[in-house]
Structures are given as structure tokens and as C-alpha cells.
Design a protein around this ligand. Structure first.
Ligand code: CA
Length: 185
């Protein structure tokens, strides 16, 4: 975790988005944004060789990755390759088998899904949260997992990038970091 130095608390309000609290560091970066949203997703920030495979996705409201967000209302995804039940991505089983296994999510393998930003997986929760960390159980085959992803939330109008995530093959935890997201739509 980066030292954010001495912080200045800024509360910015707009009619559409409500109030967003921003801890702005006097050391230039990072800027940690607190935002409450029901809808969160992770999105690939590098090209994918095949389908992105995720067997479990968890989100946490703290940067120690202890306070897990529960009460999933709906699974959000760019594409769902096979007939796996949507619950497989939040059933507590850290499936890393990949290859469109029945107990994993597999995104699309067409070019539009393999390009940067072309695949995403997330949740709509029953209540709003501020996500700071994710646990992801990805496939182990290098063409089915990504190292660089973004964490995004829906603000009522559009998806907004909160920051970047650095993931690993199989199971990994990642705390959101600011910047370093080169989103190509
Ligand atoms: Ca699972």
C-alpha cells in the first residue's frame, strides 16, 4: 500500500452523482476516491488470447481485503460463453480450472471480447458500497487470465474507472491503485 501522505478531504457534489469524497494527497499521487455504488465490475486492460475465465470474484470495502461485500443481486458480464449458472462466480469455490469449465465464467472469444476493455465481470449488490479490493480466481492458462485489469463502478449514468488492479494467474487479491489504466473502448 502506498503512503498517501497528509491528506486533504475534499467533498465534491453534483446534482447527478451526489457527493463524492476525495482524499487528495499533497504528494501528488495517488488520489483515493471514495464512492458508493451498487454496481461494480472488473475489466480487462490487456488483450486476452482466448476466453477470460473467472471461477470466483469477491469484492471488499477495505484495503486489507477483510470486509467482503455480500448480497449479490445480479451478476454483470460482457458475455457469458456457456450455460454455467451465474452463481458459480460467487459460490465460495475458487475454481481456477478455466477452459469454460462448468464451474467458471468464460467471456467471449471473439475479437470484440478479447481486445482491451472488451470483457468484464461484476455484480450488482443490494446496497451501495465502496470497493477497495478484489479477490479473483482466474484460469491458469496464460491465454485465459489477465494481469492488468480496471475496477469500475456505475455512477447512474455511465461506468467510471476507479483505478487499476494487478492480478495473477489462479487466485489473487488486488488492492485498487489509482492511474495506470489506459482504457481503449
Ligand atoms: Ca466459484
Amino acid at each position: 500500500m502506498k503512503n498517501i501522505g497528509q491528506n486533504i478531504l475534499i467533498v465534491a457534489c453534483t446534482g447527478v452523482l451526489g457527493c463524492v469524497k476525495v482524499n487528495q494527497s499533497q504528494e501528488s499521487t495517488p488520489i483515493i476516491t471514495e464512492v458508493d455504488s451498487k454496481q461494480w465490475r472488473i475489466r480487462n486492460q490487456e488483450g486476452i488470447g482466448d476466453h477470460w475465465n473467472i471461477g470466483e470474484l469477491e469484492m471488499f470495502t477495505d484495503r486489507s481485503c477483510q470486509e467482503k461485500v455480500g448480497a449479490v443481486q445480479e451478476v454483470l458480464y460482457s458475455y457469458w460463453y456457456d450455460d454455467s449458472p451465474k452463481q458459480v462466480v460467487y459460490d465460495g469455490e475458487c475454481n481456477v480450472e478455466g477452459h469454460a469449465n462448468p464451474n467458471t465464467w468464460a467471456g467471449g472469444d471473439q475479437e470484440e471480447h478479447k481486445r482491451v476493455g472488451g470483457s468484464w465481470l461484476g455484480f450488482q449488490f443490494e446496497s451501495t458500497h465502496n470497493v477497495e479490493c478484489v479477490r479473483v480466481c482466474q484460469g491458469m492458462d496464460r491465454i485465459q487470465w489477465v494481469e492488468n485489469a480496471s475496477l469500475e463502478y456505475f455512477n447512474g449514468k455511465e461506468w467510471v474507472v476507479k483505478g487499476s488492479l494487478r492480478l495473477q494467474a489462479g487466485e489473487s487479491y488486488a488492492v485498487v491503485e489509482q492511474g495506470a489504466v489506459a482504457l481503449t473502448k
